[in-house]
Design a protein around this ligand. Structure first.
Ligand code: SF4
Ligand code: FES
Length: 272
């Protein structure tokens, strides 16, 4: 079975069997043989053979980060319930592909993160995202601060192996504070899951399914956005799909987040 098929079949398996957390808590053998590893609520596990410890309840992305190990993410946002939609955080846990952001760390887990097949899978996902949108990085205000672009550099993407789709996507500049460029949207749903009004109403939503899915805004709510909320929306988007109007290209090239150091290096520099 091809690598990409195995990944997406692992997603189907997850959906069939419910949450990863449940799967682990129901594994009696796993629980019994590893009880001794849980001490003071710290969980012991290994990533690529390195012994690690993390707080009970952490997901695997956070647990790896606490040990100076970077697992790439796109749809994940700290403090927001994970969606598991982009699949870039796939790792192998005890030999099976699983998304790290949706998996709670359990004692005794043996995790593979930095292997050739996992890197290859991540390359495929990044390339797929590039060809299915219209990403013109040099002209994008998010260039240098864009997580997708930064992952492209980190995983040394040159030319995607897949044909570009060049789909026509509608831009929405009709609200006073923000600009939505659907050409760059990777449908990660970070905006949908985290950007709400004070009374809990969603400003963003995904409409349509499959190829027709696209990000939409509630114009009435978006018309009332403050400068601060617009900036927060721009910062929440991992790419340059949500931009704050009126003030652009504030940081010159060379001083943007990923201009000099690759994404993830801030995590890897800890515990060195
Ligand atoms: S607009 Fe940005 S944050 Fe919202 S789904 Fe698209 S890429 Fe994700
Ligand atoms: S970051 Fe885990 S699936 Fe997107």
């Amino acid at each position: 079975m091809s690598l990409i098929k195995r990944i997406f079949s692992s997603k189907t398996e997850e959906n069939k069997s419910g949450e990863q957390k449940k799967e682990y808590s129901e594994n009696e053998d796993h629980k019994n043989t590893n009880k001794s590893n849980v001490m003071n609520d710290k969980i012991k596990f290994t990533i690529d053979g390195k012994e690690c410890k993390a707080d009970k309840g952490a997901n695997l992305v956070e647990a790896a980060k606490a040990n100076g190990i970077f697992i790439p993410t796109l749809c994940h946002l700290e403090g927001v319930k994970p969606a598991g939609s982009c699949r870039i955080c796939n790792v192998k846990i005890n030999g099976r592909f699983m998304t790290a952001c949706t998996t709670e760390i359990a004692d005794g887990m043996m995790i593979e993160n930095n292997t050739t097949d996992i890197q290859e899978l991540r390359n495929i996902i990044i390339e797929t995202l590039f060809v299915s949108g219209n990403h013109y990085c040099p002209a994008c205000e998010k260039s240098g601060n864009c997580e997708l672009q930064a992952l492209g550099y980190r995983y040394k993407m040159l030319v995607p192996r897949f044909p570009f789709e060049f789909e026509e996507k509608v831009v929405d500049a009709s609200t006073p504070k923000i600009f939505i460029d659907r050409n760059r949207c990777i449908l990660c749903k970070r905006c949908v899951r985290s950007l709400k009004t004070k009374d809990g109403k969603s400003i963003f939503a995904i409409n349509g399914r499959g190829h027709k899915a696209m990000i939409n805004i509630d114009h009435e709510l978006a018309n009332k956005m403050t400068d601060e909320e617009a900036q927060n929306a721009m910062d929440t988007c991992p790419v340059g799909s949500i931009l704050k109007k009126e003030r652009g290209y504030v940081d010159p090239i060379g001083s943007r987040k990923y201009d000099k150091k690759p994404i993830g290096s801030e995590i890897e520099s800890v515990n060195k």
